[in-house]
Design a protein around this ligand. Sequence first.
Ligand code: VG1
Ligand code: CO
Length: 542
Amino acid sequence: MLRTVAVTPFSDQKPGTSGLRKKVAVFQQPHYAETFIQAVFDEVGEARKGATLVIGGDGRFLNREVIGRAVRMAAANGYGRVLVGQGGILSTPAASHLIRLNKAAGGLILSASHNPGGPNGDFGIKYNIANGGPAPEAFTAAVHARSQALAEYRILDAAEIDLDRLGDTRLSDTVVQVVDPVADYAALMETLFDFDAIRAWREAGGRFVFDAMHAVTGPYATEIFERRLGFADCVSNGVPLEDFGGGHPDPNLIHAKALHDRLMGPGAPDLGAASDGDGDRNLIIGRGRFVNPSDSLAILAANAHLAPGYCDGIKGIARSMPTSRAADRVAEALGVELHETPTGWKFFGNLLDAGRVTLCGEESAGTGSDHVREKDGLWAILLWLNILAARRQSVDEIVREHWATYGRNYHGRHDYEGLDTEVAEGLVADLRAGLASLPGRSIDGVTVTAADDFAYHDPIDGSVSRHQGIRIDLAGGSRVVFRLSGTGTSGATLRMYLERYEPPEGDLDLDQVKALAPVVRLANELAGIAARTGRAEPDVVT
Ligand code: VG1
Ligand code: CO
């Protein structure tokens, strides 16, 4: 039976960098999730009638509950078919692929990605459009506006679907299909990479380990790395848990420290990798060599032709603005386009759809290609494995050769978390107001050459996104970027990105902290970090 539920709208349903992300307690308010989902369905409009909707999530606390409600709402809102990952599981890239494969109108991905889970953690909802990618800004802005004016939502009163049982169930006029979350995705990977070559590399002694961080990639990694590629027992923390085992599913050197220590220790494997809560990010560590995500994008771009899916070369590269400019040099050498976009995968969709770029990446360890419209953690790891198998060199050798050819872009990020929102916004506003006076300023011999407030002009649809970060160029190809995070759920997080370029004949082997120290000093002083925030040190350095 179809039921219409009257609601008082919520004022805080504004999606950020990647969907609506809030504390679990916020999502537990009666009708909170339903209001947002109805606002999405309203914005999809008539296109949803009889159409297919994909639903899945990263397995965190509330995942099953919200999926149950979303399925019954989809049935009440006229969708003809709903595809749900078994157990409520779908990684973000697998959801993107299912949308494309099934010509769905879109998909709901329930995830707060790298944010912690569990009853005291975070929850989130993202909507992806028919191309499989995150809804663009115009769409999310309309959903926000709609959520503030919503009077009611529609839901079907029906028994809960058994999410663990594969197969079809009819809910009124809608067919709900519980599908294997891994099979189609794994098949796609086999079309892109040379699994035989990777197996041969393993048989020749290549060793690989993967940390799923008790998040969504466990089942995918077990199927692909262990079963299909034969890396026995290479997956650790492979069972998705509602609270990620109490950990923080952010694959960086802080939260994946055990993996890092193993790769730096005696008898280390050749490659260690990890992914995040929803499976769209990757951490790449070779024996004794951490690969900076910005470098990883550049190296993957320079070597992509070694994998069957990219053997004809790449059309272009796009990177988010704060990502280091290492990829720019590769694009130049290859003679292909390079695009600089704002932070967040939604800005890559148009370029990928238009065939202008093949590879995309972000400094936050997101890398992907035109095979889906999301960043894809396991894809990046498989491309690394394919390159190792083809080149038969160590990660360290490959990275060093890359620097010797293109130079090295030292890159780091300092995060100041849980800041007072007014303090953080004031800091960025003052930097913005002072932009004109920055060029020519010099601190400890580091000189500002240009500064602006980054605005992106989408070359495909002409849309303009302003205020995407303060960009300060320094002499010699160094750079500082400031922006506020759009994925946090309490207070504000200031991100300060630091970059220094050394040409091939320069110092390629400096310690990263030492290399960036002069840029850090300048950045701290220009922004007045200590005085304004009262913080002597960043909370996280990556
Ligand atoms: C962060 C990263 C950004 C990434 C976004 C979503 O955003 O910086 O590069 O696209 O998270 O990634 P922000 O606004 O907090 O800087 V994920 O893995 O959460 O879907
Ligand atoms: Co993620």
